[in-house]
Design a binder for this molecule. Sequence first.
Ligand code: SAM
Length: 372
Amino acid sequence: MRSPIIAVDSLRKTSAMPADAVSVPSPTTFDRRPGIVDQFERPIRDLRISVTDRCNFRCTYCMPREIFGRDFEFLPKEMVLTFEEIVRLAKSFVVLGVEKLRITGGEPLVRRDLPRLVEMLAELRTPSGAEIDLTLTTNGSALPALARQLRTAGLRRLTVSLDSLDDDVFRAMNGVDYPVAKVLAGIHAARAAGFDPVKINMVVRRGTNETSILPMARWARSKGLILRLIEYMDVGHTNGWRLDEVVPADEIVGTIDAELPVEPIAAQYRGEVANRWRYRDGEGEIGVIASVTQPFCGDCTRARLSADGRLYTCLFAGDGHDLRGVLRGGADDEALAQTIGAIWSRRDDRYSDLRSEATANLPRIEMFAMGG
Ligand code: SAM
Protein backbone atom coordinates (compact mmCIF):
# COMPACT_ATOMS: atom_id res chain seq x y z
CA MET A 1 0.00 0.00 0.00
CA ARG A 2 1.22 3.47 -0.83
CA SER A 3 1.31 6.15 1.83
CA PRO A 4 -0.43 9.48 1.31
CA ILE A 5 1.66 11.94 -0.63
CA ILE A 6 1.18 15.14 1.20
CA ALA A 7 3.04 18.41 0.85
CA VAL A 8 4.70 19.35 4.10
CA ASP A 9 3.77 22.86 5.10
CA SER A 10 6.67 25.16 5.66
CA LEU A 11 6.28 25.68 9.37
CA ARG A 12 8.85 28.11 10.53
CA LYS A 13 10.68 26.81 13.56
CA THR A 14 11.61 29.54 15.96
CA SER A 15 14.65 29.39 18.19
CA ALA A 16 14.51 26.48 20.60
CA MET A 17 13.24 27.47 24.02
CA PRO A 18 14.52 25.32 26.88
CA ALA A 19 11.83 24.14 29.27
CA ASP A 20 13.44 25.76 32.25
CA ALA A 21 13.38 29.13 30.50
CA VAL A 22 9.59 29.14 30.50
CA SER A 23 8.13 31.58 32.90
CA VAL A 24 4.44 31.26 33.60
CA PRO A 25 3.15 34.57 34.89
CA SER A 26 0.42 34.81 37.46
CA PRO A 27 -3.15 35.19 36.16
CA THR A 28 -3.00 38.95 36.69
CA THR A 29 0.10 39.31 34.55
CA PHE A 30 -1.58 37.11 31.98
CA ASP A 31 -4.34 39.68 31.49
CA ARG A 32 -1.88 41.61 29.39
CA ARG A 33 -0.39 38.62 27.56
CA PRO A 34 -1.77 36.73 24.57
CA GLY A 35 -0.93 33.33 26.10
CA ILE A 36 1.81 30.80 25.70
CA VAL A 37 3.03 29.57 22.28
CA ASP A 38 4.86 26.45 21.15
CA GLN A 39 7.96 25.97 19.00
CA PHE A 40 6.00 27.00 15.90
CA GLU A 41 4.37 30.04 17.51
CA ARG A 42 1.07 28.19 17.88
CA PRO A 43 -0.87 29.38 20.94
CA ILE A 44 -2.87 27.00 23.11
CA ARG A 45 -6.55 27.81 22.58
CA ASP A 46 -8.58 24.58 22.75
CA LEU A 47 -8.61 21.78 25.26
CA ARG A 48 -10.42 18.50 24.64
CA ILE A 49 -11.19 16.78 27.89
CA SER A 50 -11.86 13.06 27.84
CA VAL A 51 -13.96 12.19 30.87
CA THR A 52 -13.95 8.44 30.30
CA ASP A 53 -12.32 5.86 28.04
CA ARG A 54 -15.55 3.82 28.02
CA CYS A 55 -18.17 3.90 25.31
CA ASN A 56 -21.47 2.12 24.70
CA PHE A 57 -20.74 1.97 20.94
CA ARG A 58 -18.07 -0.05 19.16
CA CYS A 59 -17.63 2.01 16.00
CA THR A 60 -15.60 -0.05 13.55
CA TYR A 61 -13.20 2.82 12.82
CA CYS A 62 -12.63 3.77 16.48
CA MET A 63 -13.17 0.91 18.98
CA PRO A 64 -13.62 -2.24 16.90
CA ARG A 65 -15.59 -4.86 18.85
CA GLU A 66 -13.12 -7.64 18.08
CA ILE A 67 -10.46 -5.80 20.11
CA PHE A 68 -12.56 -3.92 22.66
CA GLY A 69 -14.71 -6.85 23.76
CA ARG A 70 -15.92 -7.96 27.17
CA ASP A 71 -12.40 -8.79 28.33
CA PHE A 72 -10.90 -5.43 27.52
CA GLU A 73 -9.69 -3.65 30.64
CA PHE A 74 -10.72 -0.02 30.77
CA LEU A 75 -9.22 2.38 33.28
CA PRO A 76 -9.96 1.56 36.92
CA LYS A 77 -11.85 4.28 38.77
CA GLU A 78 -8.90 5.43 40.88
CA MET A 79 -6.90 6.25 37.77
CA VAL A 80 -9.62 8.45 36.31
CA LEU A 81 -9.55 12.16 37.17
CA THR A 82 -12.30 13.33 39.50
CA PHE A 83 -14.45 16.29 38.46
CA GLU A 84 -12.56 18.49 40.92
CA GLU A 85 -9.23 17.43 39.36
CA ILE A 86 -10.52 18.07 35.84
CA VAL A 87 -11.65 21.55 36.79
CA ARG A 88 -8.36 22.40 38.47
CA LEU A 89 -6.45 21.34 35.37
CA ALA A 90 -8.88 23.11 33.04
CA LYS A 91 -8.35 26.29 35.05
CA SER A 92 -4.60 26.10 34.48
CA PHE A 93 -5.11 25.64 30.75
CA VAL A 94 -7.41 28.67 30.70
CA VAL A 95 -4.74 30.74 32.44
CA LEU A 96 -2.34 29.78 29.64
CA GLY A 97 -4.69 30.88 26.85
CA VAL A 98 -7.36 28.20 26.36
CA GLU A 99 -10.72 29.70 25.42
CA LYS A 100 -12.60 26.61 24.29
CA LEU A 101 -13.24 23.38 26.19
CA ARG A 102 -14.71 20.32 24.50
CA ILE A 103 -15.90 17.47 26.71
CA THR A 104 -15.44 14.13 24.98
CA GLY A 105 -14.36 10.53 25.49
CA GLY A 106 -15.01 7.58 25.02
CA GLU A 107 -18.64 8.49 25.31
CA PRO A 108 -18.81 11.41 27.76
CA LEU A 109 -22.45 10.85 28.64
CA VAL A 110 -21.75 7.43 30.14
CA ARG A 111 -19.85 9.19 32.93
CA ARG A 112 -22.13 9.50 35.93
CA ASP A 113 -23.34 13.01 36.88
CA LEU A 114 -21.78 14.62 33.84
CA PRO A 115 -24.08 17.69 34.06
CA ARG A 116 -22.38 18.49 37.36
CA LEU A 117 -18.99 18.71 35.61
CA VAL A 118 -20.57 20.93 32.95
CA GLU A 119 -21.83 23.21 35.69
CA MET A 120 -18.38 23.42 37.24
CA LEU A 121 -16.59 24.08 33.93
CA ALA A 122 -19.19 26.66 32.88
CA GLU A 123 -18.10 28.83 35.80
CA LEU A 124 -14.55 29.26 34.48
CA ARG A 125 -13.60 32.60 32.96
CA THR A 126 -10.63 33.62 30.84
CA PRO A 127 -8.08 35.95 32.46
CA SER A 128 -9.91 38.86 30.81
CA GLY A 129 -13.21 37.71 32.31
CA ALA A 130 -14.82 36.24 29.17
CA GLU A 131 -16.96 33.11 29.26
CA ILE A 132 -15.43 29.86 28.05
CA ASP A 133 -16.78 28.32 24.84
CA LEU A 134 -17.95 25.05 26.38
CA THR A 135 -19.01 22.23 24.09
CA LEU A 136 -19.42 18.46 24.05
CA THR A 137 -19.21 15.65 21.48
CA THR A 138 -21.49 12.65 21.94
CA ASN A 139 -22.91 9.69 20.07
CA GLY A 140 -26.32 11.06 21.06
CA SER A 141 -27.68 7.91 22.69
CA ALA A 142 -28.16 9.51 26.13
CA LEU A 143 -29.44 12.86 24.93
CA PRO A 144 -33.14 12.09 25.38
CA ALA A 145 -32.38 11.66 29.09
CA LEU A 146 -29.71 14.34 29.52
CA ALA A 147 -30.06 17.13 26.94
CA ARG A 148 -32.12 19.42 29.16
CA GLN A 149 -29.89 18.95 32.22
CA LEU A 150 -26.80 19.66 30.13
CA ARG A 151 -28.34 22.84 28.81
CA THR A 152 -29.40 24.01 32.25
CA ALA A 153 -25.93 23.23 33.57
CA GLY A 154 -24.44 25.71 31.11
CA LEU A 155 -23.41 23.68 28.06
CA ARG A 156 -23.36 26.12 25.16
CA ARG A 157 -22.89 23.91 22.12
CA LEU A 158 -23.25 20.28 21.14
CA THR A 159 -21.93 17.97 18.41
CA VAL A 160 -23.58 14.61 17.74
CA SER A 161 -21.75 11.91 15.78
CA LEU A 162 -23.88 10.21 13.14
CA ASP A 163 -22.37 8.39 10.17
CA SER A 164 -25.48 7.50 8.16
CA LEU A 165 -29.25 7.81 8.09
CA ASP A 166 -29.45 4.34 6.58
CA ASP A 167 -30.32 2.09 9.50
CA ASP A 168 -28.40 -0.93 8.18
CA VAL A 169 -25.27 1.10 7.48
CA PHE A 170 -25.46 2.88 10.84
CA ARG A 171 -26.03 -0.32 12.83
CA ALA A 172 -23.02 -1.93 11.14
CA MET A 173 -20.76 1.08 11.70
CA ASN A 174 -21.58 1.56 15.38
CA GLY A 175 -20.73 -2.07 16.05
CA VAL A 176 -23.54 -2.64 18.56
CA ASP A 177 -26.53 -2.73 16.18
CA TYR A 178 -27.77 0.59 17.58
CA PRO A 179 -30.76 1.92 15.61
CA VAL A 180 -30.44 5.28 13.90
CA ALA A 181 -33.92 6.29 15.11
CA LYS A 182 -32.61 6.50 18.68
CA VAL A 183 -29.83 8.91 17.73
CA LEU A 184 -32.36 10.98 15.79
CA ALA A 185 -34.45 11.09 18.95
CA GLY A 186 -31.36 12.35 20.80
CA ILE A 187 -30.82 15.11 18.25
CA HIS A 188 -34.48 16.04 18.55
CA ALA A 189 -34.14 16.21 22.34
CA ALA A 190 -31.09 18.45 22.00
CA ARG A 191 -32.98 20.85 19.76
CA ALA A 192 -35.96 20.84 22.11
CA ALA A 193 -33.61 21.67 24.99
CA GLY A 194 -32.44 24.78 23.14
CA PHE A 195 -29.19 23.70 21.46
CA ASP A 196 -29.07 25.57 18.17
CA PRO A 197 -27.38 24.88 15.92
CA VAL A 198 -26.45 21.27 16.63
CA LYS A 199 -23.43 20.04 14.67
CA ILE A 200 -23.35 16.54 13.21
CA ASN A 201 -20.02 14.69 12.79
CA MET A 202 -19.96 12.15 9.97
CA VAL A 203 -16.84 10.07 9.39
CA VAL A 204 -16.73 9.07 5.73
CA ARG A 205 -15.20 5.68 4.97
CA ARG A 206 -15.01 4.41 1.41
CA GLY A 207 -16.88 1.19 0.80
CA THR A 208 -18.89 1.73 3.98
CA ASN A 209 -20.89 4.96 3.97
CA GLU A 210 -19.89 7.25 1.14
CA THR A 211 -23.33 6.73 -0.44
CA SER A 212 -24.74 8.33 2.73
CA ILE A 213 -23.04 11.70 2.01
CA LEU A 214 -25.84 13.20 -0.06
CA PRO A 215 -28.76 11.92 2.04
CA MET A 216 -26.99 13.28 5.15
CA ALA A 217 -26.38 16.65 3.47
CA ARG A 218 -30.01 16.94 2.33
CA TRP A 219 -31.31 15.96 5.74
CA ALA A 220 -29.00 18.21 7.78
CA ARG A 221 -29.78 21.19 5.57
CA SER A 222 -33.53 20.63 5.81
CA LYS A 223 -33.30 20.43 9.62
CA GLY A 224 -30.97 23.41 10.10
CA LEU A 225 -28.14 21.19 11.40
CA ILE A 226 -24.49 21.81 10.50
CA LEU A 227 -23.00 18.70 8.92
CA ARG A 228 -19.27 18.18 9.37
CA LEU A 229 -17.80 15.51 7.15
CA ILE A 230 -14.58 13.98 8.45
CA GLU A 231 -11.93 12.17 6.44
CA TYR A 232 -11.31 8.73 7.94
CA MET A 233 -8.10 9.16 9.93
CA ASP A 234 -5.22 6.90 10.88
CA VAL A 235 -5.63 7.49 14.61
CA GLY A 236 -4.50 4.62 16.83
CA HIS A 237 -3.57 1.24 15.38
CA THR A 238 -6.58 -0.97 15.98
CA ASN A 239 -8.91 0.13 13.17
CA GLY A 240 -6.74 -1.28 10.38
CA TRP A 241 -6.74 2.10 8.61
CA ARG A 242 -6.03 2.02 4.89
CA LEU A 243 -5.46 4.97 2.63
CA ASP A 244 -7.81 3.60 -0.02
CA GLU A 245 -10.67 3.87 2.51
CA VAL A 246 -10.19 7.63 2.83
CA VAL A 247 -12.62 9.68 0.76
CA PRO A 248 -10.70 12.91 0.12
CA ALA A 249 -12.34 16.19 1.13
CA ASP A 250 -12.37 17.36 -2.52
CA GLU A 251 -14.42 14.34 -3.49
CA ILE A 252 -16.80 14.81 -0.54
CA VAL A 253 -17.38 18.46 -1.45
CA GLY A 254 -17.70 17.58 -5.15
CA THR A 255 -20.38 14.99 -4.40
CA ILE A 256 -22.45 17.54 -2.50
CA ASP A 257 -21.76 20.40 -4.89
CA ALA A 258 -23.04 18.38 -7.87
CA GLU A 259 -26.54 18.42 -6.42
CA LEU A 260 -26.47 21.24 -3.87
CA PRO A 261 -23.99 23.89 -5.09
CA VAL A 262 -21.65 25.22 -2.40
CA GLU A 263 -19.01 27.95 -2.12
CA PRO A 264 -16.17 28.30 0.41
CA ILE A 265 -16.44 30.51 3.49
CA ALA A 266 -13.33 32.14 4.96
CA ALA A 267 -12.11 30.73 8.29
CA GLN A 268 -13.51 32.58 11.31
CA TYR A 269 -10.41 32.20 13.45
CA ARG A 270 -6.92 30.71 13.47
CA GLY A 271 -7.01 27.00 14.14
CA GLU A 272 -10.54 26.37 12.86
CA VAL A 273 -10.58 22.63 12.20
CA ALA A 274 -13.20 22.44 9.46
CA ASN A 275 -13.05 24.02 6.03
CA ARG A 276 -16.48 25.61 5.76
CA TRP A 277 -18.71 25.79 2.71
CA ARG A 278 -22.11 27.47 2.38
CA TYR A 279 -24.92 26.45 0.10
CA ARG A 280 -25.17 28.96 -2.73
CA ASP A 281 -28.90 29.34 -2.18
CA GLY A 282 -28.16 30.62 1.33
CA GLU A 283 -29.68 27.65 3.13
CA GLY A 284 -27.05 26.50 5.57
CA GLU A 285 -23.45 25.30 5.48
CA ILE A 286 -21.21 22.25 5.79
CA GLY A 287 -17.75 21.75 7.26
CA VAL A 288 -15.13 19.34 5.96
CA ILE A 289 -12.30 18.08 8.15
CA ALA A 290 -9.48 17.07 5.84
CA SER A 291 -6.78 16.05 8.25
CA VAL A 292 -5.39 13.42 5.85
CA THR A 293 -5.39 15.21 2.49
CA GLN A 294 -5.07 18.82 3.69
CA PRO A 295 -3.28 18.71 7.03
CA PHE A 296 -3.65 21.74 9.25
CA CYS A 297 -0.85 21.26 11.77
CA GLY A 298 0.43 24.78 11.12
CA ASP A 299 -2.64 26.19 12.82
CA CYS A 300 -3.25 23.51 15.43
CA THR A 301 -3.99 25.11 18.77
CA ARG A 302 -5.45 22.00 20.43
CA ALA A 303 -4.38 20.03 23.47
CA ARG A 304 -6.00 16.84 24.73
CA LEU A 305 -6.41 15.66 28.30
CA SER A 306 -7.13 11.95 28.69
CA ALA A 307 -9.43 10.52 31.34
CA ASP A 308 -6.41 9.43 33.38
CA GLY A 309 -4.88 12.88 33.26
CA ARG A 310 -2.32 12.62 30.50
CA LEU A 311 -1.73 15.62 28.31
CA TYR A 312 -1.39 14.93 24.57
CA THR A 313 -0.21 17.72 22.33
CA CYS A 314 -1.16 15.93 19.08
CA LEU A 315 -3.98 13.57 18.08
CA PHE A 316 -1.33 11.26 16.64
CA ALA A 317 0.97 11.39 19.65
CA GLY A 318 2.72 8.22 20.74
CA ASP A 319 2.77 9.27 24.37
CA GLY A 320 1.41 11.88 26.75
CA HIS A 321 2.57 13.78 29.82
CA ASP A 322 1.34 12.70 33.23
CA LEU A 323 -0.51 15.60 34.84
CA ARG A 324 -2.43 13.45 37.30
CA GLY A 325 0.82 12.61 39.09
CA VAL A 326 1.73 16.31 39.30
CA LEU A 327 -1.74 17.15 40.58
CA ARG A 328 -1.93 14.34 43.13
CA GLY A 329 1.64 15.08 44.16
CA GLY A 330 0.34 18.31 45.68
CA ALA A 331 1.21 20.92 43.04
CA ASP A 332 -0.48 24.27 43.57
CA ASP A 333 -2.20 26.15 40.71
CA GLU A 334 0.92 28.06 39.80
CA ALA A 335 3.05 24.90 39.62
CA LEU A 336 0.39 23.19 37.50
CA ALA A 337 0.32 26.06 35.03
CA GLN A 338 4.11 26.08 35.02
CA THR A 339 4.23 22.37 34.14
CA ILE A 340 1.63 22.64 31.38
CA GLY A 341 3.25 25.79 30.01
CA ALA A 342 6.64 24.09 29.85
CA ILE A 343 5.16 21.12 27.95
CA TRP A 344 3.32 23.36 25.50
CA SER A 345 6.31 25.60 24.86
CA ARG A 346 8.40 22.57 23.87
CA ARG A 347 5.68 21.24 21.54
CA ASP A 348 6.82 20.65 17.97
CA ASP A 349 4.30 18.02 16.78
CA ARG A 350 3.14 18.13 13.17
CA TYR A 351 2.31 14.52 12.46
CA SER A 352 -0.25 15.15 9.72
CA ASP A 353 2.16 17.37 7.83
CA LEU A 354 4.78 14.66 7.95
CA ARG A 355 2.45 11.68 7.44
CA SER A 356 4.30 9.19 5.26
CA GLU A 357 5.73 5.69 5.25
CA ALA A 358 8.14 6.87 7.93
CA THR A 359 5.31 7.74 10.33
CA ALA A 360 2.98 4.82 9.52
CA ASN A 361 4.35 2.47 12.16
CA LEU A 362 5.08 4.93 14.93
CA PRO A 363 3.29 4.17 18.19
CA ARG A 364 -0.03 6.03 18.45
CA ILE A 365 -2.64 6.25 21.19
CA GLU A 366 -6.22 5.27 20.36
CA MET A 367 -8.58 8.19 19.88
CA PHE A 368 -11.14 7.05 22.47
CA ALA A 369 -8.30 6.87 25.02
CA MET A 370 -6.91 10.36 24.53
CA GLY A 371 -10.18 12.10 23.73
CA GLY A 372 -11.56 12.48 20.21
N1 SAM B 1 -18.30 9.16 21.80
C1 SAM B 1 -18.34 10.50 21.32
C2 SAM B 1 -18.85 10.55 19.91
O1 SAM B 1 -19.26 9.52 19.39
O2 SAM B 1 -18.87 11.63 19.34
C3 SAM B 1 -17.04 11.28 21.47
C4 SAM B 1 -15.74 10.58 21.19
S1 SAM B 1 -15.47 10.17 19.50
C5 SAM B 1 -13.86 9.44 19.57
C6 SAM B 1 -15.21 11.76 18.77
C7 SAM B 1 -15.30 11.83 17.26
O3 SAM B 1 -14.18 11.17 16.70
C8 SAM B 1 -16.53 11.19 16.65
O4 SAM B 1 -17.19 12.11 15.83
C9 SAM B 1 -15.95 10.06 15.85
O5 SAM B 1 -16.72 9.80 14.71
C10 SAM B 1 -14.59 10.58 15.48
N2 SAM B 1 -13.63 9.54 15.11
C11 SAM B 1 -13.28 8.44 15.80
N3 SAM B 1 -12.37 7.69 15.13
C12 SAM B 1 -12.13 8.35 13.98
C13 SAM B 1 -11.28 8.11 12.85
N4 SAM B 1 -10.52 7.02 12.77
N5 SAM B 1 -11.27 9.01 11.84
C14 SAM B 1 -12.05 10.12 11.91
N6 SAM B 1 -12.86 10.41 12.94
C15 SAM B 1 -12.91 9.54 13.96
